[in-house]
Design a protein around this ligand. Sequence first.
Ligand SMILES: Nc1nc2c(c(=O)[nH]1)N[C@H]1C(S)=C(S)[C@@H](COP(=O)(O)OP(=O)(O)OC[C@H]3O[C@@H](n4cnc5c(=O)[nH]c(N)nc54)[C@H](O)[C@@H]3O)O[C@H]1N2
Ligand SMILES: Nc1nc2c(c(=O)[nH]1)N[C@H]1C(S)=C(S)[C@@H](COP(=O)(O)OP(=O)(O)OC[C@H]3O[C@@H](n4cnc5c(=O)[nH]c(N)nc54)[C@H](O)[C@@H]3O)O[C@H]1N2
Ligand SMILES: [Mo]
Length: 777
Amino acid sequence: MNQEKEIQFQSPRQFTGLKLGNPATEAAGFKAVINSFKHVFGAMPVTRGFKALLKLNQQHGIDCPSCAWPDPENRSKVAEFCENGAKAIAEEATTRKTGPVFFQRYSVAELSEKSDYWLGQQGRLTHPMILRNGGTHYEKISWDEAFQHISMELKGLTDPNEAIFYTSGRTSNEAAFLYQLFVRQFGTNNLPDCSNMCHESSGSALTETLGLGKGSVTLEDFNKAEVIMILGQNPGTNHPRMLTALEHAKRNGARIISVNPLIEAGLLAFKNPQDFKDVALGATSLTDIYLQIKINQDLPLLKCLIKIVLEESSKNNYKCIDNEFINNKTEGYSEFIESLNEYSINELLDQTGLKYEQLAEAAELLVKHDRIIVCWAMGLTQHKNSVATIKEVVNLLLLKGSIGKEGAGTCPVRGHSNVQGDRTMGIYEKPNEDFLKNLDKTFDFKAPRAHGYDTVNAIKAMYSQKAKVFIGMGGNFLSASPDTEFTAKALRNCDLTVHISTKLNRSHLVHGKMAIILPTLGRTDLDLQKNNAQFITVEDSMGVVHISKGVLTPPSETLLSEPGIICELAKATLSGKSKVDWDNLASDYDEIRNMIEKVIPGFEHYNEKVRQENGFFLPNLPREGKFGTKSGKALFSINKLSPISLAKDEFLMMTVRSHDQFNTTIYGLDDRYRGFYNERRIIMMNNEDIRSLGLQPYQIVDLQNDFGGVKRTAEYFIVVPYNIPRQCAATYFPEANVLVPIDSVALTSNTPTSKSVIITIKPVLEAENIVFASVSH
Ligand SMILES: Nc1nc2c(c(=O)[nH]1)N[C@H]1C(S)=C(S)[C@@H](COP(=O)(O)OP(=O)(O)OC[C@H]3O[C@@H](n4cnc5c(=O)[nH]c(N)nc54)[C@H](O)[C@@H]3O)O[C@H]1N2
Ligand SMILES: Nc1nc2c(c(=O)[nH]1)N[C@H]1C(S)=C(S)[C@@H](COP(=O)(O)OP(=O)(O)OC[C@H]3O[C@@H](n4cnc5c(=O)[nH]c(N)nc54)[C@H](O)[C@@H]3O)O[C@H]1N2
Ligand SMILES: [Mo]
């Protein structure tokens, strides 16, 4: 057999044939519609495809499993989805399958040699599969056997803290609540989740300053905003339905300031394929002021803007800052103002790479208006000083009194469709005492109090063999995590790795001594329990809880739902020790929601309220201009600059998403808006940098770094000239994750610094000759 083959931790380091186009200057339009249909109908029969698309984001229909952008109340009855939502549907609702025969055909090592794209294209998982200790192939087992294996391993641990229970943000409120209940009854708070790698910095910064780790705006605020700032976010690709909100805002007179090292098409203009005006008259232009900043210089930029605003307002008796708000609702203002004296405008400006005039223009908008929304995503959260940067966003808004009033506030744009809900349900390694007390009382047990591992600490615990069992509720832990080689070794140290998944991914192939795959229903699948169709609920980026109900025939009758799997696991593992009626919960999700209502504030009359037309809003104090901090005031904070100094040959690299992927799921090989086709192993560089390094466009290079005494290399990338500031570079995630050091994390939030990776670039030579990639136009 194939025992001697090695398991590959990454997609093959081979080129697929780069084709070059031009970067787009607007997003969506008919190309997006055509692409949607191409993906959906390429993966399933036409009737199935239409059935899914017509239910997507409709009231009580399927909540799109792509991003967490909220649904408008007056939604389109036929097409309330975007190109990338359609791709997510194609990916999940595909009629292709990876059943037991597929796993007989390929050994695990052989599968690991395939690309991430290929793995995803093989289709839905249909049966529980086991890879036995020393085995080469996954084999089919029964559900009962699978649960027995897992529970035996869990019960055999000397300490419950030797097990890790990861969650990806697609898990429903119901499944998340049951999962954390099971895990805490088992005896640990080891509940890391994808949020640790995502918006954790936002949560940390907002909780500290405003007392709630969530954004304050609603969709309605976009219609009333005067200024919208968008930092570190690429909505054209990652939150396309946000463009409709921006379009409406523009029509109502809002001005948009975008801050990004790349000129992203979706920030420039939007051609709404559903809007008659756009189709007839052309795209709506979005950004008014584009600040093409250097990577991770948002903190100096914000300080600079604040200083200019203060300077301007000193000329008119400080009328353009909100003195009443500052006096009544905030703390720490004078210390904050004083701390700004440490920096001069020129010095701050210098770090951003921008010109004074550009900033002055942006500052003028901030001086004149106070209905200001600030949106941000991964470009702000995945740096060492991310929490400081986001706290500075809060400073700016507090100065203007722009929190808790119409058309204004914080808008961290969440990623996974229920990542915010999962945290609300208690998927958190550092749960608060009130939540635990409610759990204890409701379920008559004592939940563990010691904090558990977050994602980075979970990887380290597995690496050092302090943790021995890994269970993943969705996600692709290996490929999403930093430092691929390190994480792979960590997973391979485990006695058991288990994945509850819809699709095959690399985390199934880089496994512990024993590995189990538990296939589950996805969002689009009809979920029948005791012949009754169930729905699940999710919380969007703005704190609206609503229903999602699958309608499609599942890929196999064997599949269990996520709540079903958790209940069986809990019964097998906790045996007589749990007083929870797991069977009752799994057979009727209303029962789960009744329990959630007892434990978590804001869910009173859950079953009733969620059945209302548009679901319901969770309580949000900052939205009402109130703050859940100790003093009840919003806090100004002092955020020191901590500039990264680069050597002459070093670059600051950000790892970003292409237009054709959902995190580690690769839908295709194009990045249409940026003008790259059929290739992912590229590094975007400034032309001047290419020249000064003595490199040439389209030559092949290795990317390297040396952090904490460990040398890391990402092999075979094609140098492509691109419009990006000097000494900045961009590659795609997950190909470049090998370079993100496990110890390089954001202060406080412990989020890997996936957007601030220091690298050097080394030409690949053959017989001392430069090697070029073949490129076509
Ligand atoms: N189709 C699709 N949708 C998705 C996802 C997906 O992969 N595909 N992923 C989902 C998830 S989990 C998430 S978290 C979100 C991610 O959504 P985004 O945060 O939009 O995703 P990224 O590609 O990581 O893009 C980061 C953006 O920040 C910019 N940037 C990088 N560094 C800096 C910086 O230092 N400063 C500034 N100002 N900008 C910077 C980059 O140029 C890029 O435009 O999208 C969600 N939606
Ligand atoms: N370098 C770098 N690394 C990053 C990032 C970055 O920008 N740069 N971004 C980070 C961010 S923001 C995030 S959120 C993480 C994402 O990390 P994860 O959430 O762990 O990764 P995904 O790729 O979203 O997970 C995809 C897998 O989820 C499974 N799945 C899909 N739908 C379902 C479902 O309904 N139920 C179940 N049980 N399983 C399902 C499928 O098997 C699929 O293969 O990655 C992080 N890693
Ligand atoms: Mo994310």
